[in-house]
Design a protein around this ligand. Structure first.
Ligand code: HEC
Length: 155
């Protein structure tokens, strides 16, 4: 009967309300978008097995600021992680060898100039020997500690 003509405006109103709510929610959810260094695809930041998404990671995903920068405990943890995972190619002081220097101001990948870009490269890899470390079991929280440590190596 008239059900069709009534349903349509209701549905339209519901859709409009949804988009209004979504639009209003955007500023609060203006999270950083993480993209792959090689193909710019949006990264999957779902936790790996057993990973806890820490408050530091949540904050970093919101504003791109690494909460561990300059924090002594995080730097100590980052040092150990760096030695285990990165030193073989980037050397103990980050000057590079099998991989590029991490301590000069010239990065091969321009995105490495920001912590977000560095996170993208470490999490999901770049070219050649620089593989995805999330696939090797390094958590996002650990990546933030490694990044803080790398910055502490700069003179
Ligand atoms: C097996 C060797 C190898 C290991 C281990 C390795 N890297 Fe790399 N890394 C590379 C290579 C090669 C590149 C250059 C990739 C490119 O140009 O796309 C690179 C690039 C990078 C870059 C971008 C630098 C630039 O100039 O663009 C960062 C940042 C980085 N690595 C950090 C790390 C961190 C942190 C770790 C440890 C979690 C790590 N790498 C472990 C080989 C390695």
């Amino acid at each position: 009967m008239t059900s069709k003509s009534q349903a349509t405006p209701n549905k339209a109103a519901a859709i409009a309300a949804f988009f209004l709510a979504a639009a209003m929610a955007v500023p609060a959810l203006a999270d950083v978008e993480f993209r792959h260094a090689l193909d710019d695809s949006v990264l999957d930041l779902a936790p790996i097995k057993g990973e806890e998404i820490t408050d530091a990671v949540k904050a970093f995903r919101k504003d791109g600021v690494n909460p561990y920068s300059g924090q002594a405990d995080a730097l100590a943890a980052g040092k150990g992680l760096y030695e285990d995972n990165c030193q073989a190619c980037h050397l103990d002081d980050g000057r590079g060898g099998m991989g590029p220097s991490l301590v000069d101001d010239v990065y091969v990948n321009a995105r490495a100039n920001t912590d977000v870009g560095m996170f993208e490269i470490i999490h999901s890899g770049a070219s050649g020997a620089m593989r995805s470390f999330s696939e090797r079991g390094v958590t996002q929280d650990q990546i933030l500690k490694i990044i803080a440590y790398i910055h502490s190596l700069k003179k």
